[in-house]
Design a protein around this ligand. Structure first.
Ligand code: NAG
Length: 343
């Protein structure tokens, strides 16, 4: 009798157990189904097409991982910034970084030199600067899968100084740098340095417009005819004294400034809004442009940074990065290799 009851008890437990398991499986499948749906919607939105079902399955798994990461991050509630699914959601971090972040930070040591810093004696630094409001910043551009962040960064600060000295905001050509600035360190979609882009612009006596030498997102042959027509030029460039956010502030007070950062982290990749506080290292791999600075509603100081990943990313293509951090390199190394063109 006891044995029988015992057996019966076990079967009941097993039944419960199986029912519970079945329920879990169903809810897991339901969850997968809804993520699958979101992946489909995402694919349609970004016109993503996969070559076969295997590739789609692989991309779905990465998409799901990224989505779970983003949701867990946003639910954590102790972060001053938010992440969001964007055009990079079906890429692993390695896949994301490889073709895009091609600022050749490690090359700098070979060409290091000290330039003068014309803003060293600047004493008036307002609490907020936004060069967009002064008409010195062109709309956010998109480098696509070309590792020419360095060209976008250099062009944005050149567009800035040109507007500040002439009053005319002209969108200039990154593709001209990609195609024609190939004799030195800069290698188109394979990477480059902003300072070397400035050198090219000076030697070439300027750049053509974006309209006349449009962006293709791949390495091409230099269109010499187009490159001989100049919409704007710069006379020189200077480096901001390294590892000094106060010096960077003096420079940004006076014009948009090219900065190099470490943009290799997932949080940077999926940044959506708020003041970005990391995490990130200082292995400089991305060129962007500081177009201002300010203080957020909760009192956090930030740099206003223009990226070249389109307007879907971040705050309409911009990121606010924490300013005045404890380490002298600045957040993500933003104060390590800043420079600007001179008119
Ligand atoms: C800054 O001030 C010092 C001391 O007056 C001067 O020697 C230096 O040339 C100034 N720097 C610039 C860039 O004007």
């Amino acid at each position: 009798m006891v044995t029988k009851f015992h057996l019966c008890h076990i079967s009941l437990a097993m039944l419960f157990c199986m029912a519970f398991w079945a329920l879990q499986v169903t809810s897991r499948t339901l969850q997968d189904a809804s993520i699958y749906e979101r992946h489909e919607e995402w694919m349609a939105r970004y016109s993503r097409v996969y070559k076969d079902p295997q590739e789609k399955e692989k991309r779905f798994r990465i998409f799901k991982q990224n989505m779970n990461y983003i949701e867990a991050f946003n639910n954590a509630a102790n972060k001053p910034y938010k992440l969001a699914i964007n055009q990079f959601a079906d890429l692993t971090n390695e896949e994301f970084i490889a073709p895009r972040n091609r600022f050749k930070g490690h090359m700098r040591s070979s060409i290091i030199k000290t330039t003068t810093f014309k803003y060293e004696n600047v004493t008036s630094v307002p609490s907020t600067v936004d060069w967009r409001q002064k008409g010195a910043v062109t709309p956010v551009k998109d480098q696509g899968q070309c590792g020419c962040c360095w060209a976008f960064s250099a062009v944005a600060s050149a567009e800035g100084i040109h507007q500040l000295t002439t009053g005319k905001l002209i969108s200039l050509s990154e593709q001209e740098l990609v195609d024609c600035d190939t004799k030195g360190v800069d290698q188109g979609c394979e990477g480059g340095l902003m300072d070397d882009a400035f050198k090219f612009i000076i030697q070439n006596n300027g750049l053509n417009t974006e309209a006349n030498y449009p962006f293709k997102g791949v390495d091409g042959t230099c269109n010499a005819k187009a490159a001989s027509s100049h919409a704007a030029t710069i006379r020189g460039y200077e480096d901001v004294p390294a590892n000094n956010e106060k010096a960077l502030q003096k420079a940004v007070t006076n014009q948009p400034v090219s900065v190099a950062i470490d943009a290799s982290g997932s949080d940077f990749k999926f940044y959506k809004s708020g003041v970005f506080t990391g995490s990130c290292g200082t292995e400089l791999d991305h060129g962007v442009t500081a177009v201002g600075y300010g203080v957020s509603d909760d009192g956090t100081e930030y740099w206003l940074v223009k990226n070249s990943w389109g307007t879907e990313w971040g705050e309409e293509g911009y990121i606010r990065m924490q300013r005045g951090v404890d380490s002298e390199e600045g957040l993500c190394g933003i104060a390590m290799q800043a420079s600007y063109p001179t008119a």
